[in-house]
Design a protein around this ligand. Structure first.
Ligand code: ZN
Length: 295
């Protein structure tokens, strides 16, 4: 493990000693030995481009209805999230950990866990927000701004109440990124949050997007899309499609993928395969807030 770390450090030093811009080489053909002598000439012609790629992890609020006032789900899947971050760190990849308020409460109840999350943040991961509004039915987080949901026994508070919890999670006291389900986003998008991630239902269509400015809940928000990956499902993209996206993405476009809190714990195969590939092509992902701050 120590040798691997040193190796990664050397790669990191090499990568950052240049122009400081993350670049990835494309158009590399696999040449057999007979063609080796032409390779040097072709290397000069290889195109280099900057690729903005983020990996979002959705930390959901409940496993069953009636758990809105508990931290049962974070307790169940905390280890899976810890293992996800550890694997990402081993490969030098950055995650955007987008949490429903139940995860915020879980961290605030345990200083050791909050300290660990803050270490992740220092390491380049983002501590952001995810929000299941009432249209998510049994998967509702319990928070809503709509009066008709206030009497519901599962009601926990408004988005302002959720933000009181969530803004205590990042060290700078302000959540930057949130994913809200489409049907609720116009009423429930949380106050003060400037970046939105959306999508996941349309496979490859959601894999590459151009940051789009839109109004949600009366606020100007910059939004990018992410496609499902790493936990199966017919609406998910494959690693081959991600490779295709990396080859085809153009300047001003962003690649994004998303999986859930439990995905790595259930089966890490797909996620590790992606990390292996990103290492092979020397592509370092960035958090959503880091990518969108440049737009
Ligand atoms: Zn979710």
């Amino acid at each position: 493990m120590k040798f691997l770390n040193i190796f990664l450090l050397i790669i990191a030093l090499f990568t950052f000693s240049g122009c400081g811009i993350q670049s990835v080489q494309t158009g590399v053909d696999n040449k057999d030995d007979a063609e080796q002598s032409f390779q040097d000439d072709e290397t000069v012609l290889q195109e280099e481009k900057e690729v903005d790629f983020f990996i979002a992890v959705h930390l959901d609020p409940v496993m069953a209805v009636g758990e809105q006032d508990t931290t049962l789900r974070p307790d169940r899947y905390w280890k899976s999230v810890v293992d996800t971050v550890a694997a990402a760190d081993e490969y030098g990849q950055k995650l955007s950990l987008l949490m429903n308020p139940q995860w915020g409460s879980y961290l605030l109840e345990n200083q050791v866990l909050l300290n660990l999350a803050r270490e992740w943040e220092v390491g380049g991961h983002e501590l952001g927000m995810h929000y299941h509004g009432p249209e998510m039915s049994t998967k509702w987080s319990g928070y809503s701004n709509q009066l008709r949901f206030f009497p519901d026994p599962n009601f926990q508070g408004t988005t302002a109440d959720a933000m009181i919890i969530m803004n205590q999670i990042p060290a700078d006291g302000q959540i930057k990124t949130c994913t809200v389900n489409d049907a609720d986003a116009p009423y429930e998008f949380p106050e003060g949050v400037v970046y939105s991630t959306d999508g996941g239902l349309y496979g490859y269509e959601d894999l590459i997007s151009t940051p789009e400015s839109l109004r949600l809940n009366g606020q100007e928000v910059l939004q990018v899309l992410h496609a499902k990956y790493g936990e199966g499902g017919k609406d998910a993209v494959t690693l081959e499609e991600i490779k295709q996206a990396i080859d085809g993405v153009e300047e001003g476009e962003v690649i994004g993928i998303v999986f859930h809190d439990k995905a790595f714990g259930n089966d890490p195969t797909d996620i590790l395969e992606l990390f292996d590939y990103l290492e092979e092509i020397e592509l370092e992902t960035k958090s959503v807030k880091e990518i969108l701050a440049a737009y």
